[in-house]
Write a protein that binds this ligand. Sequence first.
Ligand code: NAD
Length: 319
Amino acid sequence: MSSVFVTGCAGFIGSHLCERLLEEGFDVIGIDNFDDYYDRRIKERNLINLLNKRNFKFIEADVRDSKTVENMLEKRSIVIHLAARPGVRASIKHPKLYFDVNVRGTMILAEKSVKKEVEQFIFASSSSVYGTSQLPFKESLPADKPLSPYASTKRCCEILLHSISNCYSLPVTCLRFFTVYGPRVRPDMAIYKFAQAIREQKDVILYDGGRLKRDYTYISDAVEGILKAMKRRFAYEVFNIGSGRPIEIRYLVKLLEENLGRKAKIRVRPKPKEDMPATHADLTKAKNLLGYSPRVFIEDGVRKFLEWFLKTQAELPEP
Ligand code: NAD
């Protein structure tokens, strides 16, 4: 069995993925630089279930450190590249940083992957590449008008990887994730911020009165999508990984209110221009070519998220 090299292993999706890969019997090498986008201690806690595992090796390093990447990347391994500067809104303040981490980081990793004859390169892309494309989003759409610097870095990476795959025969699969949520979700994500605000009776900011739509994907479905993608090799393909069941954000707030037993103090604001009005994954291609089929409904996912949220609130490090 090939070893798997996971970048961004201390993050939300990365830590869940590594746990699952170890359960499946893979040897995993994880790399993360504890980027300061959110508190390092949260990421260290994400690694707790991994660090004592025999088949897991952790390296604290930056994917832009090409020497370390070259030393740690094993020949003919599988690379799953999740490390990135995430967040649509924050990217507006630091576009150059986003391009450096996301695009240059991907370039360096791809170059080393070619050198090490990597069996497969799986890239974490994003539904944000679709901008205001026609719904539901199909992979065949041009996706040439992303709305934020973050979204454009993801689209740049997809295009860059296409040329690398073509010129150097690196098999590449790009997975466009749609708003992934669940235990250990990033603290900057709406579901986390809303839950915290409702619990502390602070304002919940709802853009456009909560009418924006998001295709919420539960973490176990997103991880399953990655596992399914690992089973198939393509010269280059792009897949949507979503739930295919978009909801209005105000429905998410309603679910949180019901489960927390408290009303939200809602403040309505206009939609920021970098935000997409709606996302909706067309899953036909992922179903047909990968056998991907999401299982978790939002009502169950929110309950599971809140179980974790309430348990960990008390243990969270002071800001
Ligand atoms: P996350 O921030 O929790 O995880 C990313 C990890 O990458 C972090 O632990 C961070 O420290 C690490 N990292 C950042 N820069 C690095 C660098 N230069 N070198 C090494 N490590 C670095 O984010 P996440 O939500 O788990 O997202 C994982 C990936 O999936 C990202 O590429 C993100 O853009 C993409 N994605 C996520 C979602 C979502 O809803 N969570 C949706 C679409 C795409």
